[in-house]
Design a protein around this ligand. Sequence first.
Ligand code: 7TS
Length: 421
Amino acid sequence: MSTLEEVRASSPVAPIDVERVRADFPLLERSVHGKPLVYLDNAASAQKPRVVLERLQRFYTEINSNVHRGVHALSQAATEAYEGARETVRRFLNAGDVSEIVFVRGATEAINLVASSFGRQHVGAGDEVLITTMEHHSNIVPWQLLCESVGAHLTVVPVTDSGQLDLEAYGNLLTERTKLVALVHVSNTLGTVNPVKGMVALAHERDIPVLLDGAQAVPHMKVDLQELDCDFYALSSHKAFGPMGTGVLYGKHKWLESMPPYQGGGEMILSVQLDKSTFREPPGKFEAGTPSVAAAVGFAAALEYLEGFGGFDGIIAHETSLLARATHGLQQIGGVRLFGTSTCKAAVLSFVTDWAHPHDLGTFLDQEGIAVRTGHHCTQPLMKRFGVPATTRASFAFYNSLEEVDTFVRALEASREFFGA
Ligand code: 7TS
């Protein structure tokens, strides 16, 4: 008799029905410059399924009002929806407690909150904050600002030629002066999936807390915060098929409880006197002012939509075949230099060509209805590491089809002719 696990492991992953999935995303039906849209800029922002749009519409047409402050029915309904969204996020990420989920504006604000509050409390003159060369600017600049203001230093884990972190260097850079590791889970430019669980464990052996920037992980893989055991996790709703304007900072209760507020204002207080105020327990302490209630409620709809797939196996299998087909297609063309060739990577392709500047290529592809991002992708130190000022980046989501990959590869071939190479 096989165990259930063995049966599951031996059975092929049920593929997702891409045509059915695409029908859930109204924007994907539009055309651009007279061509069917091929949306390959998902790392910048993902499209939203109809259930998210409907949830936003319902919020504003049925229960719109402010939260946590009204005795009236609408305010109570809005509060219930908002706090319900917090529980959905907790469940989706398998956080231990709902009080560890702070709604913020996005990954950028989540990191700034930690740099400002935790940073000023725990990082002092001569201390170190350890980041990596593949961080998005939002996981570099807040730490630079902190270090400048307290006299601390940034130390940096280098990246190998294949776009992976140098793990030996990482181990050596964890010193008694290191007060925090701030590390990207999945690189937005290279697609590299970092071995964060082991890296967290190694830092914890030395009692060093770890913040993970999960902006590019949450849309593509199961993130289990209790399993990762990280101290902080930052993410943005809009990259995970939810609305813009909200995101999440997860923080272990022991940290959030002891950290000072990030911003002051209404709703984050217990009492205010003219000479002194006291503050609510987390997460309320970190949510000053009126939050993006509708966006949080819409984000919960996006996460429930993802839960409807019954796990990430089908999504990962599909995105893996998109990546394999696109990588193969690019390699066949020749004259294409790919950045990020780790075997463990998300469906992101960053490249330069022999025949066109990334911006010119991006404009050419746009005329074909294909949306990609060109530039430094807010990772200038990483561009410098690879000796290029910019790349063209195609980033995929589970609603992209293999036919779209072929359209993209054919357009790249055509661009070679167009630019006269
Ligand atoms: N961290 C990572 C890894 C990101 O990719 C981004 C945005 C952020 C943080 C910031 O997220 P925000 O929602 O607060 O702006 N990355 C990108 C990108 O790759 N192209 O446009 C934005």
